[in-house]
Each structure stands twice: as structure tokens, then as C-alpha cells.
Design a protein around this ligand. Sequence first.
Ligand code: PGA
Length: 249
Amino acid sequence: MRSKLVAGNWKMHGRREMVAGLLSALTSRLPQGVDVAVCVPSPYLDQAADVLAGSGLLLGAQDVSECDDGAYTGEVSAGMLRELGCHYVIVGHSERRLRHGESSQRVAEKAAAALRSGLVPIVCVGETLAERQADRTEAVVAEQLAPVLALGAAQVERLVIAYEPVWAIGTGVSATVEEAAQVHAAIRAALAGVSPAAADGVRVLYGGSVKPETAAALFAQKDIDGGLVGGAALDAEAFLAICNAAVAV
Ligand code: PGA
């Protein structure tokens, strides 16, 4: 039985005071019965780790280098993130694929680097509006997943996947429950091609305008194991309501 996971993706938001305030609001009312994580901007990971110590709220980063330590100006290694107390790291978010030209191959290398250092990668996949309109959603998701699944069963069994349709991110327009469930089922089938343990154990999150009002119906789907939450993760009430929705199902 897979436990639900709700991960907040703060993106490039926050200052010291906001980090302290939001994290203490979350830790003081963190529900039991769901795994909860916050992926904060790199400069605040150390501060966040201090606030979160012993709270049960897990820390994540938003990107990682595919390289181990070395001459890579501006990059952050998985070993560094691990030392800072990270448990998760998002890889292949569409904002990085689009703005930084990250290929699916590179995303798979980032996932592998994260796993080498004991981090759990949250691998994001999802189609653009044009791809959906061209009826290419499942093909695009399969292409994006292929190099990740090629890492092999032992690696795949340890990661988390997030289905995030690009057209739903930050737009206020979530995929419908049916649209999301269909892609999640396709991802589950792809995982079954890797190993039975991957099909049973890998959590597949939905992301894209998840809100307190929409979370429960999404999380009730058998192949939707929680959410990757952007905008609503910056508001303690909204994020806690989404976490509670995951407990309730
Ligand atoms: P959103 O972002 O919830 O603001 O749509 C989700 C994400 O980008 O991970």
C-alpha cells in the first residue's frame, strides 16, 4: 500500500522571515497519516532544515546537478543537498525543461545523481497544451519517462514521479480527475514494465493548480498518490487543507 505524499514546490519565492513563518505554521499543525515535504529555494535550505528538525515535515530541493562535486559554476550537487538535510529533490520540472533546455536524458542523469547520494528524486513529466491538443499526451509522457525507466528497477523503485500537465501549472486550471487518472494509469502501466515492485510502490503525484477544493477528488483516484503543489503551498491554510485531504482519502 502506497502512502500519500504532498510536496510543496515553493519555486523562487520566499525570504528569511517568510520561510520561518510559513514553516512554523506548517509544523505546528502537521497532520499524521500523510508524508509531507516542502521544496524550498536553495539559499534557504539550511535555515529550513533547522526549523524542520524533528518535526516530521521533510525537506526537499528544486533541482540538482547531474554531476558530482567539481568545476560546475552555479550548480548544486546531490551530496550538498543531502548534507543540508534534504530528503527529496524535484528534477525535470517543466519550468527547467523549458527555461533551461533540460532534456529527458539529462533529467534521468539528475535522478541518478540524486539516488547516488541517497536523495529521493521527484521526477516531473507532462505535456504542453499543444501536445494535448495534438493527442500526444501519453506519447510525450512516455518519451519523457523512457530514460528514467531505463535506469533500471533498483533505481526506479526508489523514486517518485509527478505528472504535471504544463498547461495546468500556475494557471488555476487543473486537469480534470478523468484527465489526470488516465495519464496516471498510463504511468502505472509503464512502471509495471519495469518491475512489479515499481508498479506497486512508486508514488505518482499529480501537480498543476492543485487547490484545497480539488485535492480530495484527485487524491481519491487509485493511481494518484498525492500532489506536487506550487502556488497553494505558499499559504499555510491552503497547503494544510491539501495535506488533510490526502489523509481523508
Ligand atoms: P501550481 O504549480 O500548483 O502553482 O500550478 C505546480 C508546480 O509547478 O509544481
